[in-house]
Ligand binder design. Structure first.
Ligand code: RFL
Length: 399
């Protein structure tokens, strides 16, 4: 860090809440606080252009849709059609599964990229919210009996933001959780033992998103825009993107979906994502509150990671509004205890989906017994209205 003589003094400002990270969690928290007239500053290490093109989740579940409606923001933030169906398959055979209910409470195919872009536009361009991009050296002071602050550097200038509360929304490798002293948090984690190759392809989307178990491993195709799909292919933890040529990707897609009519198209990007589940608890320490991937990770199989982040910041925003506007800190004191039971429900659903879709496919990982059990579960799902209803309710975010 190089600070010149003229700029050596830090620029100081004050705000009730500092949010670290401008991802799904941080930006949603910021817009909720803005809506409730609670000022905040968002600090993001990347530039805006990078955030705008980052691809990830595809569906805001029904609970998330209702949350944005409750805050009066659904019309401005949620684009995309209602999420209604998933085509589940075992070795090419399966059924199209209705995940929309008749109570008008469906999820939406609104990609994380669309949601983040809408949040940036509404927060910065429409409302003039304070989001600082390209910040480095973010340092948190969060000690008992002292007013917290967050320091950062931007354009070689050091800044200090004095605040009352800090929201750590900077995901798994951010500075927020790392600032908590050793021994405070308990980490519970599970490694599934395999990874996904995630490839974004420019190809017409299929009528229904596909999740398929096959003897050759799991494959999924999920829409990511009118002409784009994200394919996920189960692969080895030791694989790198370089092990997956376009040829290999399409050969495996045809094999796993048992569909020779699928044509090759260029993969726009590819990355290998290990499947793991992690919870760090409690999700708060002194005046720092963790939300989203900073506090927990789920395998992407259940499509719940972004939705968990949205749930956290809904609870956190309401608690911060009570603390800052009404001087009532009780909800904030209970933040972690309030959200953790639902975090574990999301973990259970994601682990169930992950085990079922992978064990039910290639038996080399967990054996033929687990394969047959998983296939029985999927059969149940396809044939029992009650099992289907329970599954559908959770997919929609109702349970
Ligand atoms: P984000 O979105 O990663 O945002 C964190 C932000 O913090 C910034 N940051 C820092 N800023 C300042 N200082 C630092 N020191 C910082 N360190 C980091 C980062 O630049 C970033 O802007 O985390 P957040 O907000 O907690 O949101 C969580 C979700 O992004 C995540 O759970 C989902 O994307 C997970 N996920 C999915 N979730 C779903 O609900 N449905 C899906 O279909 C789905 N598919 C996926 C996924 C995640 C995937 N990957 C990449 C692991 C598919 C994949 C492949």
């Amino acid at each position: 860090m190089e600070i010149t003589q003229e700029t050596a003094m830090p620029i100081t400002q004050e705000t009730p809440v500092v949010i670290i990270g401008a991802g799904a969690a941080g930006l949603t928290l910021a817009i909720f606080l803005h809506t409730a007239n609670v000022p905040c500053v968002v600090l993001e290490r990347r530039d805006r252009a990078y955030i705008e093109v980052r691809q990830r989740a595809g569906v805001v579940d029904a609970r998330g849709v209702r949350m944005f409606e409750r805050w009066g923001l659904a019309d401005r933030l949620l684009a995309g059609p209602v999420a209604q169906t998933i085509d589940y398959r075992i070795n090419g055979v399966g059924r199209v599964f209705e995940i929309a209910g008749d109570d008008g409470s469906e999820g939406r195919f609104c990609t994380q990229q669309m949601l983040v872009n809408n949040l940036l536009r509404e927060l910065i361009d429409v409302r003039g919210g304070n989001v600082q991009f390209d910040v480095t050296d973010v340092t948190i002071t969060n000690e008992e009996g002292q007013r917290p602050n967050v320091r950062y550097v931007q354009d070689k200038q050091e800044h200090v933001v004095d605040c009352s509360h800090i929201a750590g929304c900077d995901a798994d490798r951010g500075v927020s959780r790392a600032s908590i002293p050793a021994g405070v948090l308990t980490t519970i984690s599970h490694e599934f033992g395999y990874a996904w190759l995630a490839a974004l392809v420019e190809a017409p989307v299929v009528e229904h998103p596909i999740m398929a178990a096959s003897d050759h491993g799991f494959v999924a195709q999920l829409p990511r825009g009118p002409q784009r799909s994200r394919y996920y292919l189960q692969c080895e933890l030791s694989d790198g993107p370089e092990d997956w040529s376009d040829e290999r990707i399409w050969d495996q897609i045809r094999l796993r979906l048992q569909d020779d009519t699928i044509e090759n198209a260029a993969a726009l990007d590819r990355e290998v994502v290990p499947l793991r589940s992690v919870v760090h608890a409690p999700m708060q320490f002194q005046n720092l509150y963790l939300a989203g991937d900073a506090a927990h990770l789920v395998p992407p199989t259940g499509a719940k990671g972004m939705n968990m982040a949205l749930y956290d910041v809904d609870v956190l925003a309401q608690a911060l509004v009570s603390a800052v506007r009404d001087q009532d800190g009780s909800a904030l004191a209970d933040y972690s205890a309030t959200v953790l039971p639902r975090v574990w429900k999301y973990q259970e659903f994601s682990a169930w989906m992950t085990d079922t879709m992978h064990d039910g496919g290639n038996a080399t990982q967990h054996g033929v017994f687990r394969q047959m059990i998983a296939r029985a579960r999927l059969d149940d799902l396809f044939s029992s209205p009650l099992a289907a209803r329970l599954h559908s309710d959770f997919q929609r975010g109702m349970a």
